[in-house]
Write a new protein. Structure first.
Length: 292
């Protein structure tokens, strides 16, 4: 009975102390960041759903065939991870940025790296943040699988084309006002993503899973993977196609989901897929973590 009067943050701090050694966080700012990001986790009850383009949605060939997938329960963050929180992680953990040309992009577009905006990072750096969050909290935290991301974006696998409060796009109400027809017709591009949580969440309680930033998922990319996907808790192909990203340097491709603030509005669909080399740092990208 007495523990119910102890603030959650103090209980969490105690759990971190139990981890002991070098892995425990000593900086209160970092501790608060870990606590807050774990508090952002929303339970998604597992179930069976038809993953991919159900038909009639003008998406890419890599979104078909639609196929049955069964998922266990999991948690996913309601917000995209911000640049400010990513920088706290880098400082607290000593993480070395894996993204190619990261500092160059910061110098060229400093406004995109504002603390309140979704963090533009490589797949490697997003993965490192989630794993570190899990290590500090004592939970199994990682990037979502592609199947988990889509199931959550569609609020438990419902046939929702967009991850908004009603499954539709209403610019200015449930998505940025620049995401209207004039956007693609007149190149009136939005210059920056929105800070997480500005518009209404989807029915699952998750924000910005359509059209804000494209979000990294754990999976390697293969265009024909849906023809061979596992039915129960699929984790994607075992390897990814290697592409040349520099002189004498190749790396595999990963998947990003959800569209972004600079892309065509149709690409914010809950089933559309984007393929990106894993050490790239698209300024139109970001991520959120899952707890399994």
């Amino acid at each position: 009975m007495t523990t119910s009067r102890i603030p959650k943050s103090l209980l969490f701090a105690s759990s971190l102390t139990i981890l002991g050694g070098c892995d425990a966080i000593n900086d209160w700012h970092a501790l608060e960041m870990v606590q807050r990001n774990m508090d952002y986790m929303v339970l998604v009850e597992g179930g069976e759903f038809l993953m991919g383009n159900p038909g009639g949605w003008a998406m890419g060939a890599d979104t078909i065939p639609a196929h049955q997938v069964v998922l266990d329960d999991f948690y996913i963050q309601k917000y995209e991870v911000t640049q400010g929180d990513f920088e706290v992680f880098v400082k607290a953990s000593g993480h070395k940025i894996k993204a190619r040309f990261y500092e160059d992009k910061q110098s060229e577009s400093p406004e995109r790296f504002a603390g309140e905006l979704p963090a533009p990072v490589s797949w490697h750096d997003a993965k490192a943040f989630c794993l570190w969050l899990g290590k500090q909290s004592g939970h199994n935290v990682d990037l979502p699988t592609e199947a988990q991301w889509e199931y959550a974006a569609r609020s438990g696998g419902r046939p929702l084309r967009h991850a908004t409060d009603n499954g539709e796009l209403e610019p200015g109400r449930n998505i940025s006002s620049t995401s209207g027809p004039a956007w693609s017709l007149h190149s009136d591009f939005q210059k920056l993503p929105e800070p997480p949580g500005r518009y209404q969440p989807n029915p699952q309680g998750l924000y910005d899973m359509s059209g804000n930033v494209a979000e990294w998922v754990n999976d390697y990319y293969h265009a024909d993977y849906y023809q061979n996907s596992a039915r129960i808790n699929p984790t994607g192909p075992e390897t990814g196609k290697s592409v040349t990203v520099g002189p004498g340097f190749k790396e595999p491709e990963r998947v990003m989901r959800g569209g972004d603030y600079r892309g065509h509005i149709i690409n914010s669909s809950t089933v559309s897929r984007r393929v990106v080399p894993e050490s790239s740092v698209p300024l139109t990208g970001g991520f959120r973590c899952t707890r399994n």
